[in-house]
Design a protein around this ligand. Structure first.
Ligand SMILES: Nc1nc2c([nH]c(=O)n2[C@@H]2O[C@H](COP(=O)(O)OP(=O)(O)OP(=O)(O)O)[C@@H](O)[C@H]2O)c(=O)[nH]1
Ligand SMILES: [Mg+2]
Length: 312
């Protein structure tokens, strides 16, 4: 079996939410491209020890708090890497390119303007995504608008409209009504693929049902987010192949809305999330408070239908 290079990588975030990137020296693997600082794990080191050492060597900082962000497996023609990526929100020292490398602080939405190694695409996605994803369900159509307002009041910045009961006309009317409000709150709106007849340009992205995901052979050209509902390894692999930006993996725990569904449990969720090469939100029986556990399990964050409509 081909050996895999284990690498610890840090996305250092300043108090304005900007992220530090550095230029790889021209003579190194993937040279001349931008990277998140880090390096190879040495024998006997844990990933976290390697992260602390590398960021001290490369940026002259002491890491205080590091949260798991995503793990990427990537096969370059000449080398296979496993990048364990951490988000660093607390550190001491004034980060600078200690080895003479250029560094820049970049807003998450501007990261796409820089050239990174191919393995980094999902890292950039993970850094652009928020920790929570609310699914606005129309099981009670009369409560749609008030539920949306509660979700926004709870500070949620990513929302899926799962409008399966209302007519296409009612869905279009609802979207036109709520979009300006969501924009004012800085929230992005994805539309479930089961809803037809809405212009893709009218929303911020599409959320594919598991069935629509499996029917897709390639990523549609439409701009914006492309997300998908997944329940098993085959669906996750297909999501990666098609070029989906992020997935929702469910059900992690039993829920009242889906009685009798096969539960992944924390163990099943962890096994799938850790091997996924795209950010994965956990869904099913989770609350906001489960965020730390989801991240430890290799996930991006918490998705929920009811989790964000309970007033705090
Ligand atoms: N640090 C870092 N490495 C990355 C990123 N993306 C990516 O594919 N890699 C790959 O991960 C591998 C290890 O990274 P590295 O070159 O920083 O290792 P290092 O600091 O220990 O280098 P050195 O001891 O050779 O100077 C390289 O093959 C590199 O191409 C990234 O964003 N940051
Ligand atoms: Mg390095």
């Amino acid at each position: 079996m081909k050996s895999v290079l284990e690498v610890a990588v840090g996305a250092v975030v300043d108090r304005h939410g900007k992220i530090l990137i550095a230029k790889r020296p021209d003579d190194k693997h993937q040279g001349g491209l931008w990277e998140f600082p880090g390096g190879k794990i040495e024998p006997g080191e844990t990933q976290r020890q390697a992260l602390d050492r590398e960021l001290h060597e490369e940026l002259a900082i002491d890491v205080k708090t590091a949260t798991p962000l995503i793990t990427i497996h990537h096969d370059y023609p000449d080398l296979s890497v496993r990048l364990k990526v951490w988000r660093i929100d607390r550190f001491e020292g004034d980060p600078h390119g200690r080895e003479g490398q250029a560094v820049e602080w970049v807003a998450p939405t501007d990261l796409q303007n820089y050239s990174f190694p191919a393995a980094n695409r999902p890292i950039v996605t993970a850094l652009r995504l928020p920790p929570f994803y609310a699914i606005l369900d129309d099981s009670t159509p009369s409560a749609l608008f008030s539920n949306l307002k509660t979700i926004l009041a709870n500070g949620i910045k990513l929302i899926q409209l799962r409008l399966k009961k209302v007519t296409a006309g009612e869905a279009a009317e609802f979207i036109a009504r709520i979009l300006p409000l969501c924009r004012r709150h800085g929230a992005s709106v994805l539309l479930n693929s089961a809803v037809s007849g809405i212009e893709a340009s009218a929303i911020d992205g599409i959320h594919l049902t598991g069935k629509d995901l499996m029917a897709l052979r390639e990523r549609p050209d439409s701009q914006g987010w492309l997300a998908a509902s997944c329940h098993n390894e085959a669906e996750l692999r297909h999501a990666e192949t098609v070029g989906v930006d992020f997935a929702v993996l469910a059900p992690v725990l039993p829920t009242a809305t889906h009685p009798g569904a096969r539960i992944l449990g924390w163990q099943g969720f962890t096994a799938l999330a850790e091997t996924a090469n795209i950010p994965v939100f956990g869904l099913g029986g989770l609350a906001k408070d489960d965020l730390a556990r989801v991240r430890e399990a290799g996930g991006q964050g918490v998705a929920g239908i009811r989790a964000f409509i309970e007033t705090e």
